[in-house]
Design a protein around this ligand. Structure first.
Ligand code: OGA
Ligand code: NI
Length: 377
């Protein structure tokens, strides 16, 4: 017999199929939040029907069958072969201008580190719920945050996903503040991602015709935060979504995914799959990058489908100082602005930009608030 969410002891969530005039979304969001067990808790309770709060039917799209694919760029030789480096920079430029996404192979992070990182995410989310609950919080001042849907109370759509995260730069937490179950690998992985990020910013600078150190020098790699996502197997995957359509607010995101797939980018009215490539890292441009490059590099909307198969695990390395206090202003880079290409955006601090994003939630465009000519919006 199907187990509906409301029948699960203590959950009190209206299942999708149940006509219930008393359904009150805010109350049920709170009830779900109070379990502190996330979507994983629903799956553990063996529900066969999603609670109504997760209902988000996908519009029909012309998926797949497009001639576009996300380029897989081989970094072999990037540090010691100038011809290869030039070719890599050309590929990165094309991908960043057109799709805002590319994948990197031969990036130098050992495959064992990637595997251990994914295993660790799984271990954290699958540990004893009572132990895990102690980390459940929405307090952004905490050094380590685990919750389900960071924008639970503001976003129109509740996602089939749990996440933990922390800020690793510029002020890394004392390792003792990270859960022991994942501490060592988080610290190790963040060092690797910082290294790759700095290299990608060099290549992006070159792609823009700037000094290789330009983007690192203006602070693009000063801040790094991580979101460790866990997308449980879903009993009704077509009726909900793993992560809503959104663009990232940072400079770039360096994403590690697993073999399951489901990540798609929105391009010319099509959804293009970001196919899992063993050992690869996915890199995408965020809104701040689009802002400072005056629309040269595109921050493209993307989403993750939920699936029967799971859990899917991914790790987003987010290059931004996010909410850290700062007076530093970012606007279109002056070398990229000319009479023919006047500045499209006004300047902002990263903190103001991030606050705007946090308050609007996933799926809203932060960038449009900073357009200079509001008539174009
Ligand atoms: C994100 C994101 C994609 C994924 O964290 O912003 O888009 O595959 N993640 O988890
Ligand atoms: Ni994203």
């Amino acid at each position: 017999m199907a187990v509906a969410a409301s029948e699960i002891n203590g959950l009190n969530l209206t299942p999708l199929s149940k006509a219930d005039d008393n359904y009150h979304r805010p109350t049920e969001l709170k009830a779900f939040d109070d379990t502190k067990a996330g979507v994983k808790g629903l799956v553990d309770a063996k529900i066969t029907e999603i609670p109504r709060i997760f209902y988000h039917p996908l519009e029909e799209h012309d998926s797949n069958g497009t001639q576009f694919h996300i380029p897989v760029i081989d970094l072999e030789g990037v540090g010691n072969d100038s011809l290869k480096r030039k070719h890599i920079v050309d590929q990165i430029r094309d991908a960043s201008e057109e799709l805002g996404f590319f994948q990197l192979i031969n990036h130098g992070i050992p495959i064992t580190v990637l595997e251990e990182t994914r295993d660790t995410v799984r271990r954290f989310h699958e540990q004893d719920t009572e132990v895990k609950k102690q980390y459940y919080t929405r307090d952004l001042m905490q050094p380590f945050i685990y919750n389900s849907n960071f924008d639970l109370y503001s976003a129109p759509t509740t996602n089939w996903r749990d996440t933990f995260g922390y800020v690793s730069a510029p002020n890394p937490p004392d390792p003792q503040e990270l859960p022991e179950i994942c501490r060592d690998i988080l610290v190790d992985y963040s060092k690797w991602v910082m290294k790759i990020g700095k290299l990608v910013f060099e290549l992006l600078s070159e792609a823009l015709g700037l000094n290789p150190n330009y983007l690192n020098n203006i602070g693009c790699s000063d801040g790094l935060a991580f979101a460790y996502h866990y997308y449980p197997a879903c009993p009704q995957p077509k009726l909900t979504i793993g992560i809503s359509e959104h663009s990232d607010t940072d400079f770039i995101t360096v994403l590690l995914q697993d073999h399951i797939g489901g990540l798609q980018i929105h391009h010319h009215n099509n959804w293009i799959d970001v196919h899992p490539v063993a050992g690869a890292l996915v890199v995408n441009m965020g809104d701040l990058m689009q802002l400072i490059t005056n629309d040269r590099f595109k921050s493209v909307n993307h989403r993750v489908l939920s699936k029967h198969e799971g859990p899917r695990i991914s790790v987003a390395g987010i290059f931004s100082t996010t909410l850290l206090p700062s007076d530093k202003l970012y606007g279109p880079i002056k070398e990229l602005v000319s009479e023919e290409k006047p500045a499209i955006y006004r300047e902002t601090t990263i903190r103001d930009f991030s606050i705007k994003f946090q308050s609007d939630g996933l799926g809203t465009s932060t960038l449009k608030h900073y357009k200079l000519n509001q008539a174009n919006v």
